[in-house]
Design a protein around this ligand. Structure first.
Ligand SMILES: CC(C)(COP(=O)(O)OP(=O)(O)OC[C@H]1O[C@@H](n2cnc3c(N)ncnc32)[C@H](O)[C@@H]1OP(=O)(O)O)[C@@H](O)C(=O)NCCC(=O)NCCS
Length: 197
């Protein structure tokens, strides 16, 4: 088989897969020029909006999973994002700006349970706070981003980081507890509009 033919078959399979997911998740707004490799799981009663030219990949071996836990919850993913095994759990709101590169991380805007000792009571208070990932952020493998965090534009979250506090723009953060490893020159990044594949 020629590589051109193989590429055409790959493209056709990709289009069919996207079409299948659009029918499977009719409530989700999946923008134009979407690419999907591997599994995409969307569950819950909230609103999910994915921008244009995004690509859900499977290179990490993890499915891309978006879960909402409240009818008012929203998950918004900007244009040209590359998502490679992301897991989002939203009770209020999780927002990703455009041109983000995100590996197999967990982003959650809720603790799910109360820290109070009466945590089995339905009335026990559970902390929730929106999460915002700004434009052009790169989130490495196995990171966890907790409620209330904002990651500023162009920043990088290193592999395995637990992000509990907001990250300024143009920073590289690593570790647990998170720390700033270095700051990036804001002008260094050239603007490209293609989601990495
Ligand atoms: C965040 C990252 C991109 C930074 O790379 P870098 O700019 O080359 O950083 P450096 O190697 O100069 O590291 C700076 C410091 O942070 C430490 N560090 C870097 N990444 C770290 C990490 N993920 N966890 C803990 N410490 C880390 C380094 O040891 C170094 O510490 P030192 O100054 O005390 O020696 C990189 O380390 C990383 O995490 N890479 C993996 C990204 C990933 O997950 N890719 C696959 C999915 S897209």
């Amino acid at each position: 088989m020629t590589s051109r033919l193989a590429k055409s078959i790959d493209r056709l399979q990709s289009r069919l897969r996207v079409e299948w997911y659009r029918r499977r998740y009719p409530k989700a707004v999946l923008g134009p020029h979407l690419g999907i490799r591997g599994k995409l799981i969307i569950t819950g009663p909230g609103k999910v909006v994915v921008g244009e030219h995004c690509f859900f990949d499977a290179a990490t071996g993890q499915p891309n999973k978006i879960q909402t836990f409240d009818p008012a919850a929203t998950v918004t993913i900007g244009d040209f994002c590359y998502l490679n095994g992301i897991e989002i759990a939203a009770q209020t709101s999780v927002t990703l700006g455009s041109r983000c590169i995100v590996a197999d991380c967990l982003i959650m805007d809720t603790d799910f349970h109360s820290i109070e000792i009466n945590r089995h009571d339905a009335s026990a208070p559970v902390k929730t706070k929106p999460v915002e990932i700004a434009e052009n952020v790169w989130i490495g493998n196995r990171t966890i981003i907790l409620k209330g965090v904002r990651v500023g534009e162009n920043s990088v979250v290193g592999a395995g980081t637990v992000v509990r506090q907001s990250v300024p723009p143009n920073a590289v953060v690593i570790g647990n507890p998170q720390q700033i490893a270095k700051m990036l020159a804001p002008s260094a990044g050239e603007r490209t509009e293609t989601a990495s594949r």
